[in-house]
Design a protein. Structure first.
Length: 499
């Protein structure tokens, strides 16, 4: 899906880490695989004082550290890279931006098709669109204009509404692309194809055949150098409110009328609006918040959360969240969804496990677990189906076996990274994998009771680094006669990786 001719990118916050580590490498890969047009430019904008040459040198020195980098191809890419130093919070400086863009449009003999990427602090998310509009850089008379906004989209429901109102003062909804890099992962997108392109699964995808669903977003690392940011965010805002609720929606959505942005996002919103509001009982009994404590893991002593740089010594910020929730619609009524996310867990893994109901006649199932479908989003991306077969020997004792597919089995096929895919889609005007305004607000509305609960004297449980979280999270399932799956880094190890 090659980008059409004359599509250009302006990156605000171009001197920052996100641009150097993710955005420029992603754009370079699209260029090196001939998915960008012959005529395009990338203009970096930031306060830092760089000339075009200095900016190219800084980017090039970083890119050359990538193993197998083609220096000649990189040099060709750098010729499309430019830089402008302005005060991005000063409306008057945008006159200089307009002059530079007009000169580049003329140089490349291009219409004014421009993708603005806000790789900036959230405090500028409302400022930059206003400044662009003041100089009519949001107008589409001479070419499309699109705006990519990074998370966080607000800090709570009220701030998300305020930001939404700000954005819509200057850009139409069809111009706004709210990016969630989780939705750019190949396995997340494959959820739609897996569900709706295979007749064998869709009839089973409901309360009639599914017992429960669990979604895990586990991180091996702690907060690293992000302590200051994370202490004001926590697991709820950092992972659950955006990434994991979006994954849940794609698991639970109805078949869209067509595979396009409007139809697909309509169905996503319906799921998020069908989440049963969390009651006081849910907050007390179906929610577990935890914080990692110092522990020795594989011979290394790992610090507790409160000992991390930038974290308050008496912080009550959660680094773990476990929640049992319900979707109130025809398909999912009565099926619990168990969602957990945390830092300093035993491995880095994101996966969904569909637990099917046991067979109603137990003759052949005394020793075989109920069927499970494991959808691995990262790492070792793939799908495993667990089912029962006869154990060799006399009698009819059943045992658990599996069939699996892994993306690495595709051999030479190169998967686009999340940012590559999402940048490509934005340049092509495909908003399917970007969050729509109503979906963002539905997520914030659902988590609002948890945010209020956190502000009070809520229970916060400790868990040692390298474990699967507080033991209280196990009780969420055990009291229902269920248990979490403890995933291994290797997808095809389908047995529980016990602690």
């Amino acid at each position: 899906m090659k980008v059409p001719d004359n599509s250009n990118v302006v990156i605000f916050g171009a001197s920052g880490d996100l641009n150097f580590r993710k955005l420029v490498p992603a754009l370079y890969h699209l260029f090196s695989t001939d998915q960008l047009p012959a005529r395009f430019f990338i203009l970096g904008v930031s306060r830092s004082a760089f000339t075009d040459t200095e900016f190219r040198q800084a980017i090039s020195s970083q890119m050359l550290k990538i193993e197998g980098m083609d220096s000649q191809r990189l040099s060709e890419f750098m010729e499309h890279l430019y830089y402008l130093s302005i005060n991005t919070a000063d409306e008057h400086d945008y006159g200089r931006l307009k002059e530079r863009l007009l000169a580049l449009y003329e140089q490349y003999q291009a219409p004014h098709n421009t993708l603005y990427y806000l790789a900036t602090p959230p405090s500028l998310f409302g400022v930059i669109p206003r400044c662009l509009a003041a100089h009519e850089l949001n107008k589409e008379a001479e070419g499309w204009k699109r705006l990519i906004v990074e998370k966080p989209i607000g800090y709570d429901f009220e701030s998300a509404v305020a930001l939404d109102d700000q954005l819509h003062q200057y850009f139409e909804e069809h111009q706004i692309y709210r990016i969630d890099h989780y939705l750019g992962k190949e396995t997340v997108q494959n959820l739609l194809v897996f569900r709706f392109a295979n007749g064998m699964f869709e009839p089973l995808w409901s309360r009639n055949f599914i017992d429960y669903v669990e979604i895990t977003g586990a991180e091996l690392l702690g907060v690293e150098e992000r302590g200051g940011y994370y202490d004001g965010s926590g697991a709820l805002r950092d992972m659950f409110q955006n990434h994991l609720l979006q994954v849940l929606a794609m698991i639970a959505m109805e078949p869209p009328a067509a595979i396009n942005a409007d139809a697909t996002r309509d169905e996503v919103v319906k799921v998020l609006q069908s989440l049963r509001p969390l009651s006081d009982h849910d907050l007390e009994h179906n929610l577990v918040l935890g914080q990692y404590t110092e522990s020795e893991v594989r011979g290394d002593t790992l610090p507790g959360y409160r000992d991390e740089n930038g974290v308050a010594s008496e912080s009550r910020t959660e680094t773990y969240l476990g929640l049992k929730l319900q979707i109130e619609n025809w398909r999912w009524s009565g099926v619990p969804f168990y969602v957990r996310t945390g830092k300093r867990l035993p491995t880095r893994v994101t996966e969904v496990v569909i637990h099917f109901r046991p067979t109603p006649h137990p003759v052949f199932s005394q020793n075989a677990p109920a069927n499970k479908l494991i959808i691995r989003i990262q790492p070792d991306e793939g799908i495993v189906m667990n089912f029962g077969l006869k154990k060799p020997g006399a009698g009819f004792e059943a045992e658990d076996v599996s069939m699996d597919f892994r993306y690495q089995d595709l051999g030479e096929t190169k998967l686009l990274s999340a940012y590559e895919r999402l940048l490509l889609d934005a340049l092509n005007g495909d908003a399917t994998l970007f969050a729509r305004s109503d979906a963002v607000l539905a997520c914030w509305k659902f988590v609002a009771p948890i945010l209020n609960y956190k502000d009070g004297p809520m229970a916060l449980y400790g868990y040692a680094c390298g474990t699967w979280g507080p033991k209280e999270a196990d009780a969420l399932l055990e009291r229902d006669g269920r248990r979490w799956r403890y995933p291994c880094k290797n997808l095809t190890n389908t047995h529980y990786c016990e602690l």
